[in-house]
Design a protein around this ligand. Structure first.
Ligand SMILES: *Cc1c(COP(=O)(O)O)cnc(C)c1O
Length: 374
């Protein structure tokens, strides 16, 4: 009996992905231990933030780092520091940006997404460039003006076709002395992404702590330029102002530090073999039912370098029906539906123990047989 049994909340196996709505990912034992130890003593939170930031920056080949309570909070803080540039008066007035000389943030229309609300919450005016098909250099050059505080860029592979390459964005923005902020929240693995975007010249780069990094759910990282990270340290929580509602505790900070250390030390070859073997088993199991044409996908949903099992359904039921049936069972199993491949489901090995992977296969087989009999 655990806490979920006690309060009567259903537990699920997560064969979908590191989605916040299910709880994201699992922390390692040493991460939980660090959090328990941290909770026993009081500290100066600013000192902890600085020392952990310095250590995390060194571990990840970055110049400076700041711990937020998630990438969404990181977007808000990044927008705030780019507009206020270290001025405590301007910061204290946010989301009123009427006194900020630079209060516009440029985004590509093809990259607009659900997390933009965090950027707008800063008070910034969003200026869109480009369209669904392409984004021309002339549009970025033309949109940058004396009110431009930053250009925000989303690293997801979903936008790759219509977006301008990051190299070009950095070149044009830096030519006009405008900083570039990259949202790379879910872009791990590969591990190299932790320093790739900063080394390409991005001024601030955001990662979630509670996705593949397996840190506490309410954590995230901002890497980047030491001056801008200095503003984050000065104005981010626990300081009063617009970012006070995105605070991070000492438990989460130390937990995230431990998770980053674990991630850097991970045996990647062994992990890769484990995930590949799960995916192959899923593919074999799906093909055996006769209801799928199953194949290996080499990438995660936003371009991450881990494999998934895609099952294109060749029988007479809908992907959504199968997903709903697997969710409704006991244990419930979350799987992915991806209509860009037609009537298709996918299974991600990322959040599964070996035992859970076996359960997923059994639950899948049972539900497919039931749907075939309908
Ligand atoms: C997950 C995600 C976020 C939000 O991250 P949190 O750490 O959950 O706040 C922001 N942007 C993108 C692109 C994401 O995938």
């Amino acid at each position: 009996m655990d806490i979920y049994d006690e309060i009567g909340v259903k537990k699920y196996i997560n064969a979908h992905d590191t989605y916040t709505v299910y709880g994201g990912s699992r922390m390692a034992e040493n991460t939980l231990t660090a959090m328990r130890e941290a909770s026993r003593s009081f500290v100066d939170l600013s000192e902890l933030q600085e020392k952990l930031g310095d250590r995390i920056a060194r571990l990840t080949r970055n110049q400076a780092a700041y711990i937020t309570n998630g990438s969404s909070a990181g977007l808000l803080l990044s927008a705030a520091v780019c507009m206020t540039q270290g001025d405590p008066f301007l910061f204290s007035r946010l989301p009123d940006v009427s006194r900020c000389p630079r209060n516009e943030i440029i985004e590509m229309r093809c990259q607009r997404n659900a997390y933009d609300a965090a950027v707008s919450a800063s008070g910034a005016r969003l200026v869109e460039i480009g369209d669904a098909d392409e984004t021309l250099e002339t549009e970025l050059r033309g949109a940058i003006g004396e009110k431009t505080a930053a250009v925000f860029y989303y690293a997801s592979s979903r936008y790759a076709g219509a977006a301008m390459p990051l190299e070009k964005v950095v070149e044009i923005a830096h030519g006009a002395r405008v900083p570039v902020v990259v949202d790379a929240a879910a872009q791990l693995p590969p591990v190299e992404n932790l320093w790739k975007f900063t080394s390409m010249g991005a001024d601030l780069v955001l990662f979630s702590g509670g996705k593949t990094l397996c840190g506490p759910q309410p954590t995230g990282l901002i890497f980047g330029d030491p001056e801008l990270i200095g503003y984050c340290r000065r104005f981010g929580a626990p300081a009063h102002g617009i970012c006070r509602s995105s605070k991070v505790g000492r438990e989460e900070m130390t937990g995230l530090y431990t998770a980053v250390r674990n991630y850097m030390e991970l045996n990647r070859e062994e992990t890769r073999r484990r995930l590949e073997s799960m995916v192959q088993n899923f593919i074999d199991a799906m093909n055996t039912t006769g209801a799928f044409r199953a194949e290996r996908l080499s990438r995660g949903p936003v371009g991450q370098t881990y494999p998934r099992a895609l099952g294109i359904i060749v029988a007479d039921f809908a992907a959504e029906e199968l997903a709903a049936a697997m969710r409704a069972g006991d244990p419930g199993v979350y799987i992915g539906v991806d209509r860009s491949f037609g009537n298709a489901v996918y299974l991600s090995p990322l959040n599964l123990s070996d035992r859970e992977a076996e359960t997923v296969t059994a639950v899948l087989r049972k539900n497919v047989l039931k749907l075939l009999q309908c």
